[in-house]
Design a protein around this ligand. Structure first.
Ligand code: PRT
Ligand code: ZN
Length: 283
């Protein structure tokens, strides 16, 4: 069994569970237990507070975990980052009252900065030779300047609306974070092998989410152009249609090029273009 720690509830919970499910792993966590065993994969899931995950993985209570990179860096545990998962994206930033003039980090000299991330913010200030006072608080950091507890804050931001409603402005981004898969550095060979299996699946799911399966009809005299446009996984599949002079073309397109490719396909007289999500993609 491989033991994985995921957040019990909160911003990473749903995406973490969805990822495991998309990997074909059945988790039955109906009654919100602290522990669940997957039905069809040698995986035991521990539901924990995110702050505790780096420690548990470091101690080997869990072998691997899904947690925000911000938490991992703050906790300074010697664990391995295995995979960047692409969800739970946010940034750790310094914010000051809107009315304060700010031209650069030097304007933070001597200020009192409230944060739940004392380690990361102290490192940032030291690196920039800023002498400021870090005031650690565990929640509702954004109200600290308003109630006179601090001059500035260092907190997580995603849309920026929390800062805005509290009359603050973001002035420096310290860290760009996302959920990561972390692992104990001394995994036994057996656990490592299960982790590799899981990683293969995660990779297949992630790649699939960035790609679409497309299917279209095209006149044969345009096939050369269309094949040049659609690399597919090896090359596109071409099947003749019952109607003379036409073929069905099937391929995989990356989301980054997607609309550009569709426009060109139309120019190359493709018709009846169908676009479908891909569940797994294994190279
Ligand atoms: O109970 P537990 O300790 O497990 O959870 P928690 O309350 O400590 O963490 P949680 O669930 O809030 O966040 C878990 C992880 O999600 C964080 O460690 C980040 O890696 C990631 N994440 C992504 C965020 C945000 N986006 C985010 N916006 N974590 C927190 N926020 C908060 C932020 O602190 C601020 O209060 O949302 C507010 C700002 O949001 P915007 O959209 O108004 O800018
Ligand atoms: Zn937490």
């Amino acid at each position: 069994m491989l033991k994985i720690a995921v957040q019990k509830s909160g911003r990473l919970f749903e995406d973490s569970i969805r990822l495991l499910k998309d990997c074909g792993i059945d988790i039955n966590n109906g009654n919100k237990q602290l522990k669940a065993v997957a039905q069809n994969f040698p995986l035991e899931i521990y539901f924990l507070r995110d702050d505790d995950i780096p420690q548990y993985v470091y101690d080997g209570v869990a072998d691997i975990g899904i947690v925000g990179e911000n938490v991992v860096l703050e906790k300074e545990k010697d664990i391995e980052t295995v995979y960047r998962l692409g969800f739970g994206k946010c940034r750790l930033s310094i914010a000051v009252p809107k009315s304060m003039k700010y031209n650069g980090v030097d304007d933070l000299q001597g200020l009192k900065i409230a944060t739940s991330y004392p380690v990361i913010s102290t490192n940032f200030l030291n690196k920039n030779n800023v002498n400021a006072e870090i005031h650690e608080i565990s929640g509702s950091v954004e109200i600290a300047p308003g109630i006179g507890l601090a001059d500035a804050i260092c907190d997580l931001v995603s849309s920026g609306s929390t800062l805005f409603t509290n009359g603050l402005k973001e002035v420096a981004v310290i860290l760009k974070s996302e959920a990561i898969l972390v692992a104990n550095k001394k995994l036994a060979a057996e656990q490592k092998a299960i982790m590799e299996k899981l990683l293969l699946r995660i990779n297949a799911v992630k790649t699939a989410r960035h790609n679409k399966y497309i299917l279209m009809n095209a006149p044969n005299h345009q096939l050369k152009n269309i094949v040049a446009l659609l690399p597919g996984m090896k090359s596109p599949t071409i099947v003749p249609l019952a109607e003379e002079g036409w073929s069905s073309v099937q391929s995989v397109v990356n989301e980054n090029d997607f609309w550009e490719v569709i426009e060109k396909l139309k120019q190359f007289e493709a018709e009846g273009i169908l676009v479908m999500p891909i569940e797994q993609m294994i190279a």
